[in-house]
Design a protein around this ligand. Structure first.
Ligand SMILES: *Cc1c(COP(=O)(O)O)cnc(C)c1O
Length: 347
């Protein structure tokens, strides 16, 4: 918690356009601290997308609350606001758990549909924690990712759009009371000083060395984001009509944590690219409702068809701001070859 940590917090707050930033040890701890700030525990229901990294839902369950999964909009891969409303109504009608909040995820860098989500928060008295671990740097109608809910969280894991050299995370809010509470939760529930503990917290410190790395990388971040836009455009120009390319709604800017295509012939594409030593990845083969860790929630196959179909068809291509034109062309050509030429060669 050296001076670089405080300096980073003020720079990140400025970048995001938010009053308070609390850095912490990871994107997972950022979510955990945010949920703890809202006092989440047994008997509470927190809604989230089934098509996300495990951390988003794991923290809900670790606090003894119940994750309630919601299907995605198949075009954006983000939580479907209409299905979210149905899920909230369902929990309310059943009365087993108390509906407390929603964690929308800005998947692959694209901010979720906050204009539809925030009114639900008001209507049902729910908190919104924006999981911007992948979305940091993205924009929703003029506002930065991380600023779109009551609390925003992000991750600085090296694979994220703004990565440090290890683990790190940050939390954003305009609510001074929540900010103070989360500052305390990060440091074992400290009160006026370190050895006065007014609540139970965690060791959520960000290392000073990571803050120093991030201070330097933040200077480059705007140009890196611009490079990611350019690379995504080049992919889309080369691949449109051959595979399903990412859909970016009007007024939104993705931070392109991932560039993910959809195709029924994923295996062929992955093998073809692999032969040329071009790495690809599948996020996420299994939606969370079908993960063994959540089997106790008794979801079954076909509960969330859009997420399940995405899990079978999605493929993420190489994406980082230093990809060269020749490398992009190689990826595009590899996919074209796998899907067009092979198909044509079948007698
Ligand atoms: C990476 C990630 C996290 C967790 O971040 P860590 O820093 O790895 O703990 C949470 N949510 C999403 C959507 C992520 O992609």
């Amino acid at each position: 918690m050296g001076p670089e940590v405080r300096e980073l917090e003020s720079r990140l707050a400025e970048f995001t356009g938010i009053d308070h930033c609390i850095t912490c040890s990871s994107g997972t701890d950022a979510l955990l601290i945010a949920l703890m700030a809202f006092g989440i525990g047994a008997g509470d229901a927190v809604f989230t997308s089934t098509f996300t990294f495990i951390a988003t839902a794991e923290v809900i369950a670790l606090l003894g609350a119940t994750p309630v999964f919601v299907d995605i909009d198949p075009r954006t891969f983000n939580i479907d606001a209409i299905k979210l409303k149905e899920a909230i109504e369902g929990v309310k009608a059943k009365g087993e758990f108390k509906a407390k909040g929603v964690i929308p995820v800005d998947l692959f860098g694209l901010p979720a549909e906050y204009d539809s989500i925030m009114p639900l928060a008001a209507e049902y008295d729910l908190f919104i924690i924006e999981d911007a671990a992948q979305g940091f740097g993205g924009i929703y109608k003029g506002r930065r990712a991380g600023s779109l809910g009551h609390i925003g969280t992000t991750s600085f894991f090296p694979a994220k759009p703004l990565g440090c050299y290890g683990d790190g995370g940050a939390i954003f809010t305009n609510d001074a009371h929540l900010a103070e509470k989360m500052d305390s939760l990060r440091a074992h529930g400290k009160g006026n000083h370190k050895y006065e503990n007014v609540r139970l917290g965690i060791n959520g410190r960000l290392d000073t060395i990571q803050a120093a790395v991030l201070l330097t990388k933040l200077e480059l971040f705007p140009q890196e984001l611009a490079a990611r836009q350019r690379i995504a455009r080049a992919y889309t120009e080369g691949l449109a009509g051959i595979v399903e390319v990412p859909f970016i709604p009007e007024g939104l800017v993705s931070s392109w944590a991932q560039y993910s295509i959809m195709t029924d012939r994923r295996k062929e594409v992955q093998v073809s690219l692999g032969e040329q030593k071009i790495p690809t990845a599948i996020y996420y083969r299994s939606p969370l409702h079908l993960q063994p860790a959540f089997s106790y929630l008794k979801y079954k196959e076909n509960d969330f068809p859009s997420a399940e179909v995405a899990g079978r068809r999605i493929l993420s291509l190489p994406m980082h701001p230093y990809l060269k034109d020749a490398e992009i062309a190689l990826v595009v050509e590899g996919i074209r070859r796998a899907l067009i030429e092979e198909k044509n060669s079948i007698p």
